[in-house]
Design a protein around this ligand. Structure first.
Ligand SMILES: [Zn+2]
Ligand SMILES: [Zn+2]
Length: 385
C-alpha cells in the first residue's frame, strides 16, 4: 500500500476527511477506526478486491456498479447528491433565523417553538418518499417554458387554464404550492390551531427555501445535462455546511408585510432561474481549469465513506460565486419570515400569547443529521397537484 493519502481528523465529530491522490492507506485507516480490528481485515480484502477491479478513486463516483453490494457497504452510492433542497443544515438555519425577524407579538409562539420550526424544516423532503404528489412541489423547471417563462400566470387556476395540470406537474409547481401553503397557514392562525400553525409554518419555510436555490428553477437541476452531476448538493448543501456558520451574516432586519406574496415569490423564482446558468458555468470553468485529483475528497460520516467536493475546490467555487449562496440564504430567511408574518396579519393578527404557557414541543430526533436525507431523487416523476 502506498502512503500518499492525507488524512485530517476532526475530533469530537466522528468525522475524518481524507484527501485521496491515489489508492492508499487513507481508506484503510478510516475503516480501522470505524469498524474495529476484525472487520478491518475483512474490509482490507474488499479493498483489494476493488483494486483488482481497477476501480480508481478518482473515477469511483461514476464507475461503481450500483448493484455492487461490496461497494455499497463501503461507499454511500449517492455520494454526490449529498442532500436535497438546501440540505438539512440549510433548511434548519433558514427556519431558525427567520424567527428573529418576526414582530414581538409572534414571539410567544414562534420563539418558544423555534426548535420545532428548525427540526421540522425538512419534513417535506421526508414526505417525498411517502406521498406521490410531493416531488413537484419543490421546484419549477423555468427553462422548460422557454420564452413563456416570463409570462407564466401567478395564479394556479390561470396556469391550469393555459397548460394542463399534467404539464404543470411535469415541470414542477413550487411557487403555486407556496401560495397554497400560505393560505393554509392563514386558516390555521384563524382557527387558533397551534399544532397546525407550527407544522404549516415549518413546511412553508421549506418550500420557500427551495425556490431560492437556483438549480431548483432549472431542468438541469443536478448538472446531469452538462456532466456536472452532484453540483446540486455542492451548491446548496456542501457550501453552506462549510461556510454558513463561519462566514455568513444571517442577522437580517425585520419581516415585512407582503401585499402581493405571489408576485414576491415569483420574482424570487425568476432570480433563481436567472442565476442557474452562472451556478453551472462557473463550476464547469473551475472544473476544466484544475486537475481532476483536486476536485474530490473522501469523508466518513456515521461510518459511511462519502465522496465529496474537496474543501480547496469548494473554496475556489465559493469565491467564484461572489457571495451568491449567502445572498440567497439571507433572501430565503427574509422571505420565510415575511410569509409567516403576512399570514398572521391576513388572519387578523390573532393573539399568540395564549400559547406562551404551553411547553415547547420536545425535540424531534435530536441526533438526526443530514445523512437521513441523502439519496433523494430531486426531481422525481410528477404527480397530481
Ligand atoms: Zn424541498
Ligand atoms: Zn435541492
Amino acid at each position: 500500500m502506498r502512503e500518499n493519502a492525507l488524512g485530517t481528523r476532526h475530533e469530537g465529530k466522528a468525522r475524518r476527511q481524507i484527501k485521496i491522490e491515489d489508492m492508499g492507506m487513507g481508506g484503510l485507516f478510516m475503516l480501522r477506526v470505524h469498524f474495529g480490528r476484525r472487520k478491518k481485515l475483512r474490509l482490507k480484502v474488499m479493498w483489494m478486491l476493488l483494486l483488482s477491479l481497477s476501480i480508481r478513486f478518482q473515477a469511483w463516483g461514476m464507475d461503481l456498479p450500483s448493484n455492487n453490494r461490496i461497494a455499497n457497504t463501503i461507499v454511500n452510492p449517492c455520494f454526490l447528491h449529498a442532500s436535497v433542497n438546501w440540505g438539512f443544515f440549510g433548511h434548519r438555519h433558514i427556519n431558525y433565523h427567520a424567527v428573529f425577524l418576526l414582530p414581538p407579538q409572534m414571539m410567544p409562539l414562534f420563539k418558544k417553538q423555534i426548535r420545532y420550526l428548525a427540526d421540522h424544516a425538512t419534513d417535506p423532503d421526508q414526505r417525498r418518499y411517502a406521498v406521490k404528489e410531493e416531488a413537484p412541489r419543490h421546484y419549477i423547471d423555468m427553462d422548460r417554458y422557454g420564452q413563456e417563462a416570463d409570462s407564466l400566470p401567478e395564479s394556479w387556476e390561470d396556469a391550469v387554464a393555459l397548460y394542463s395540470i399534467d404539464s404543470l406537474n411535469a415541470h414542477g409547481i413550487a411557487p403555486w404550492w407556496i401560495m397554497v401553503m400560505k393560505a393554509r397557514l392563514v386558516k390555521a392562525f384563524r382557527d387558533g390551531d397551534r399544532d397546525a400553525i407550527l407544522k404549516l409554518a415549518a413546511d412553508l419555510g421549506h418550500y420557500i427555501g427551495d425556490v431560492h436555490v437556483p438549480l431548483h428553477a432549472s431542468s438541469n437541476h443536478n448538472g446531469q445535462k452538462t456532466d456536472q452531476h452532484g453540483i446540486h448538493g455542492f451548491w446548496e448543501s456542501r457550501l453552506p455546511e462549510l461556510y454558513a456558520e463561519k462566514q455568513y451574516d444571517l442577522l437580517i432586519g425585520k419581516a415585512i408585510y407582503l401585499a402581493k406574496p405571489e408576485s414576491f415569490i415569483w420574482q424570487r423564482v425568476r432570480e433563481s432561474a436567472a442565476a442557474a446558468d452562472t451556478v453551472l458555468q462557473l463550476e464547469k470553468r473551475l472544473s476544466d481549469s484544475l486537475p481532476s485529483g483536486m476536485k474530490f475528497a473522501y469523508e466518513a460520516r456515521n461510518g459511511i465513506v462519502t465522496r465529496q467536493y474537496a474543501e480547496v475546490y469548494a473554496a475556489a467555487y465559493h469565491t467564484l460565486l461572489s457571495g451568491m449562496v449567502e445572498r440567497r440564504m439571507r433572501q430565503a430567511i427574509f422571505a420565510v419570515a415575511s410569509f409567516w408574518f403576512t399570514a398572521w396579519v391576513d388572519a387578523g393578527q390573532p393573539n399568540l400569547s395564549i400559547f406562551a404557557a404551553l411547553p415547547a414541543i420536545p425535540p424531534f430526533n435530536p441526533s438526526a443529521d443530514d445523512t437521513q436525507f441523502q439519496c433523494g431523487s430531486e426531481h422525481s416523476p410528477p404527480t397530481g397537484f
